[in-house]
Design a protein around this ligand. Structure first.
Ligand code: PGA
Length: 300
């Protein structure tokens, strides 16, 4: 019987998936030497080469591939086991892992807080990532529930809308169009846009809107967060399409204007999403029910 620890196996799974020691260290919340040490110990226990490093690139050997597959299955089974135990303990001590897109960070904590007050012993984990990262996590079945704008098209998932998500066009307050009414699309298309990073759902919504109208989108700059975009708008660098929830808690909103363009705001919804057919834990079910039942009160 080989002496392999669960920690070594989860480190190996992350390394085989991410193909990077530094990314693995980051995901596992440990240092890089710790990752190397665990992989070395695993190699010694298994007794054959699992990983080959050529330059900076990491490759799995045949044995490595086989172990990776075993790890994925094992992690899946282990999560199911943990969930069974949590379900047996009922809502007392369950765990809820929610993964939500970046833009939801303005309201998600308020939608989780009251649930936590009702069930104080539940351990909630909220991962906030952009749409692309969320889809990766969804495909790998890493969380109980996902919160996003547009539900995925090519992943088998069940989506349910729970709240409006108007996407508004934001400009600096002093912008020449700020006081105009019923601005047409042609006028809008002359504006230079500030875009979120690739993989952002908000960005996809704007790009699709222009694509559907066969109109090139004038891109002034790409920025990695809603906050950076808001600052850039105030700095006069351009206009942007943003979820209205981005503005709700923004202290400098007086320096901004929402443009009155025909067809805007784009009316979208926030959705709860989960892999199709995935049996939900008692806790996840309770949360879904809680969210859909209390959404109006939660937002007040
Ligand atoms: P984002 O996602 O925060 O990645 O832009 C928003 C969305 O899914 O609508």
């Amino acid at each position: 019987m080989m002496h392999v620890t669960m920690r070594q196996l989860s480190t190996f799974e992350a390394l085989a998936r991410l193909k990077s020691f530094s990314a693995t260290a980051e995901e596992m919340h440990v240092s890089q030497p710790t990752v190397s040490k665990q992989i070395k110990a695993l190699h010694e226990s298994v007794g054959v080469l699992l990983i080959e490093q050529i330059g900076k690139k990491i490759f799995l050997t045949e044995a490595g591939e086989a172990l990776y597959e075993t790890c994925v299955n094992w992690l899946h089974m282990w999560n199911r086991f943990e969930q069974t135990i949590a379900d047996l303990k009922g809502l007392k001590q369950g765990r809820l892992s929610v993964c939500a897109v970046t833009t939801t960070k303005y309201f998600m904590p308020r939608l989780l807080g009251p649930f936590l007050s009702q069930y104080p012993d539940i351990d909630i984990q909220l991962e906030v990532v952009n749409r692309d990262r969320l889809l990766e996590r969804l495909a790998r079945n890493q969380d109980d529930l996902y919160i996003m704008g547009v539900p995925p098209e090519n992943i088998e998932a069940e989506a349910e809308p729970f709240m409006d998500n108007p996407l508004v066009l934001v400009a600096p307050a002093a912008h020449p169009l700020a006081r105009r009414k019923r601005i047409d699309f042609k006028t809008l298309a002359r504006e230079a846009f500030l875009l979120r990073e690739r993989g952002s759902g908000t960005r996809i919504a704007l790009e699709r809107y222009f694509e559907e109208r066969n109109t090139p989108l004038k891109i002034r700059m790409e920025l990695g967060s809603n906050e950076a975009i808001l600052q850039a708008i105030i700095g006069g660098l351009g206009v942007a399409l943003l979820s209205q929830s981005t503005l709700s808690f923004y202290s400098e909103h007086r320096k901004l204007a929402i443009l009155n363009v025909v067809g805007f705001p784009l009316m979208r919804s926030w959705h709860t999403v989960r892999p199709r057919g995935k049996p939900l834990s008692v806790v996840a079910n309770a949360y879904l029910e809680f969210l859909h039942l209390h959404i109006d009160q939660l937002l007040e």
